[in-house]
Design a protein around this ligand. Structure first.
Ligand code: PGA
Length: 241
């Protein structure tokens, strides 16, 4: 594991964007696994800056997002579809047809989940997967549980996640309680992983991920078994390791 400690999330974002841009520049076609939340924001700002400066084009990039809320439409201001367009896709030249974000309200959930995994496979698998980490050690929306889930699935969000993400909604009742997420198996198949964590609230989860048992009770701990994972932390997130 490549564990690096940075001053803050801005520095982390630069380092993560550098890895992605250099892969795109040297390989052309690149499949990116993308994440939402506060942690990847500075990565996206740097990707946009590099695009605007002519350093990179996203024309041959294919993206798959980790997760999406159920029970709100894709057009909702709090959907991850809206987030990704607002924070990244609307500002770069990625073709709309190359963007994949899970459908939070599929008619046939199990068929949709199987199809999402199949689409990732057909695209050649994920080259670089960006991840945040939840205060409870979740990655994507793989909440602490008694098994590591293989493929994409529908999950009941944990109380900790509901509390952490409620701040984005007008009222607690509006916060969805279910989501569709890539499973741990899908995440672990990515050829390279970059996990980003900043702030004191992540310090215990980071400690559990790096120093505790490898257990589905701390889903991020499985990343220790990944052959090419970068863990980029700011000083606060790294304060307990
Ligand atoms: P955050 O969330 O980036 O908003 O801190 C990360 C996560 O919950 O996975």
């Amino acid at each position: 594991m490549d564990i690096k400690i940075f001053k803050d999330l801005n520095e982390i974002g630069r380092a993560a964007a550098d890895i992605m841009v250099s892969h795109i520049s040297s390989h052309g076609k690149t499949v990116l696994g993308l994440a939402t939340g506060a942690s990847p924001l500075s990565t996206y700002k740097n990707l946009i800056k590099d695009y605007e400066n002519g350093k990179v084009s996203f024309k041959s990039v294919i993206s798959f997002n980790l997760d999406e809320y159920c029970s709100i439409p894709a057009s909702d201001k709090n959907s991850y579809n809206t987030f990704m367009h607002r924070e990244l896709f609307d500002h770069i030249d990625i073709p709309e047809e190359n963007i994949h974000i899970p459908d939070g309200n599929p008619e046939d959930p199990s068929a949709f989940c199987a199809q999402y995994d199949e689409m990732i496979k057909n695209a050649g698998g994920i080259d670089i997967q960006l991840l945040g980490i939840g205060n409870n050690g979740h990655i994507g929306f793989n909440e602490p549980s008694d098994t590591f889930k293989k493929g994409t699935f529908i999950v009941n969000l944990s109380e900790s996640t509901v509390q952490a993400n409620m701040i984005y909604f007008n009222s607690p009742e509006e916060m969805p309680r279910r989501a569709v997420t890539m499973g741990i198996g899908s995440i672990m198949q990515a050829k390279e992983i970059i996990l980003l964590a900043g702030g004191k609230a992540k310090a215990q989860a980071v400690r559990d991920m790096l120093k505790g048992d490898i257990t589905p009770l701390c889903p991020a701990s499985i990343l220790r078994e990944h052959p090419n994972a970068h863990i980029f932390l700011d000083r606060n997130a790294a304060s307990l390791i």
